[in-house]
Design a protein around this ligand. Structure first.
Ligand SMILES: NC(=O)c1ccc[n+]([C@@H]2O[C@H](COP(=O)([O-])OP(=O)(O)OC[C@H]3O[C@@H](n4cnc5c(N)ncnc54)[C@H](O)[C@@H]3O)[C@@H](O)[C@H]2O)c1
Ligand SMILES: N[C@H](CO)Cc1c[nH]c[nH+]1
Ligand SMILES: [Zn+2]
Length: 438
């Protein structure tokens, strides 16, 4: 991990750059796969599954028998852990439902909103190098709470053409309706355009590698909504002299192990913490089965020494990390000034892995600086708030001058007429006999 001490402000942007790859050829490659699946459906999906996942599939949909079999293969302990996570995720997300009041904006003018679930949603669960069954819960449970009608899930098959049992079990627990053995760009294309087997959806959710993220961005230009760009994982940790180096190292490694393009950033206002943290990283890294991924990701990672916590906050807001851990004496004071981050973890006993699995918050979060403009997945991601209004004859009379004047100044006479034709009419029957009712 590169150590940078007291950098000058002009260098911040360079220091905070994310790992790069050639995105021109990436977008071209991804677009070709999207177009092919759009034109040739299941045949193209199977072709790319052979090419990228190295498996030939006759049937791309997971059968009921496979789901039943998977349930037997998941241990009781793991089922209990999944249940605990499910309960907390359910609790946190179901509290995000709010009553939407009816507002009388002026006499006789009633406006309100109704939250209505997006009817068809597609969930992408990454599976290139790790079976992320926790992501199934993060994406499926809010869809279940929102009552989406059709929930389909795509995830890459392994070389035997199978899906990890825990992914299938979690999908059952989260009420997913149909599961397909498709990964990468071909999965995003199948859900965006529909194929003979895969239904077309209205919105696609979920994280993934650079191919998945690029595919989501391309299909969202014209064809389907997406949650957000949620690419390679990242974490930033802010510490002072009170932080425990072993905890800090573990947190940095926890995101580095996701993949070679992950990034971990440590900002310390105590120079004395640098060596102990580096020692802990070396020590802990050796024990990790995924140490090769983590080691590569650490090449993209930095330890930055700054003078003050004010600077640390400023740098963080510029970087906009997916995850931010604050391990300083007065962490609440530091947190109060954070404006750009996906999910914030406070104090020495709040590791980022708690949010990845079981505290109840969602782990599908914006990466690559998108936290400046997007939030992570939440219940609102699965609903649209449709507005309704009802205006009485008196209400319309009160608004009429303003509407007519504004419409005529925009030179839109038909808009103005739609009000004028209603004025001076006899009071409508329903208003004579009933009061306003929703
Ligand atoms: N931001 C978040 O909320 C969040 C959450 C979980 C995971 N993640 C990230 O998701 C990513 C998961 O990546 P992954 O690779 O393990 O799984 P993945 O499922 O995203 O990607 C695997 C698929 O990539 C495609 N692919 C692989 N090589 C290709 C190539 N050369 N050309 C075209 N397509 C190719 C294949 O079709 C394969 O099925 C990690 O980077 C992890 O950090 C992010
Ligand atoms: N940290 C990932 C989001 O960036 C989510 C995850 C799933 N499993 C473990 N971690
Ligand atoms: Zn993680």
């Amino acid at each position: 991990m590169q150590v940078i001490k007291y950098p000058s402000r002009e260098d911040w942007a360079t220091i905070l750059a994310r790992p790069t790859f050639d995105s021109t050829s990436l977008f071209d490659t991804v677009q070709k796969v999207l177009d092919d699946v759009r034109s040739h459906g299941d045949n193209a999906v199977k072709k790319y599954t052979e090419q990228f996942d190295k498996v030939t599939l006759d049937n791309i949909e997971v059968s009921k028998e496979e789901i039943a079999e998977a349930e037997k293969l998941v241990s009781t302990d793991l089922k209990q852990a999944i249940e605990m996570a499910r309960r907390n995720i359910w609790k946190f997300h179901s509290e995000q439902q709010h009553d939407l009041p009816e507002i009388q904006t002026s006499p006789g003018v009633y406006c309100w909103q109704k939250a209505i679930a997006i009817q068809k949603v597609g969930l992408y669960v990454p599976g290139g190098t790790a079976p992320l069954f926790s992501t199934v819960l993060m994406l499926g449970i809010p869809a279940q709470i929102a009552e989406c009608n059709e929930v389909v899930l795509c995830t890459p098959p392994n070389k035997e053409g199978k899906i990890h049992p825990a992914v299938l079990y979690a999908a059952k627990v989260a009420g997913v309706h149909r599961i397909f053995k498709i990964g990468g760009t071909q999965a995003i294309a199948a859900m965006a355009y529909g194929t003979e087997s895969v239904p077309k959806v209205y919105k696609i959710f979920g994280p993934g590698n650079q191919y998945v993220t690029a595919a989501k961005q391309l299909v969202s230009l014209k064809d389907v909504a997406i949650d957000m760009p949620a690419g390679p994982s990242e974490v930033e940790v802010i510490i002072d002299e009170t932080a425990n180096p072993a905890f800090v190292a573990a947190d940095l490694l926890s995101q580095a192990e996701h993949g070679v393009d992950s990034q971990s950033i440590l900002i310390t206002v105590s120079e004395r913490q640098v060596e102990p943290v580096l020692e802990q990283i070396e020590l802990q890294l050796e024990q990790l089965p995924r140490k090769e991924f983590a080691r590569k990701a650490l090449e993209n990672s930095k330890i930055i020494v700054l003078k003050t916590l004010e600077e640390a906050v400023e740098m963080t807001n510029e970087y906009a990390p997916e995850h931010l851990i604050i391990s300083t004496r007065y962490y609440m004071g530091v947190a109060a000034n954070i404006i750009n981050a996906g999910s914030v973890f406070l104090g020495n006993y709040t590791p980022e892995s708690a949010g990845d699995y079981a505290s109840g918050t969602n782990h599908t979060l914006p990466t690559n600086g998108y936290a400046k403009a997007y939030n992570g997945v939440n219940l609102d991601s699965y609903v649209r708030k449709v507005t309704f209004q009802q205006i009485t004859q008196e209400g319309l009379t009160n608004l009429s001058n303003a509407i007519i004047l504004m419409a005529e100044n925009e030179e839109l006479m038909a808009h103005s007429n739609a009000v004028k034709v209603r004025l001076n009419e006899e009071k409508p029957v329903e208003e004579r006999y009933s009061s306003h009712r929703r």
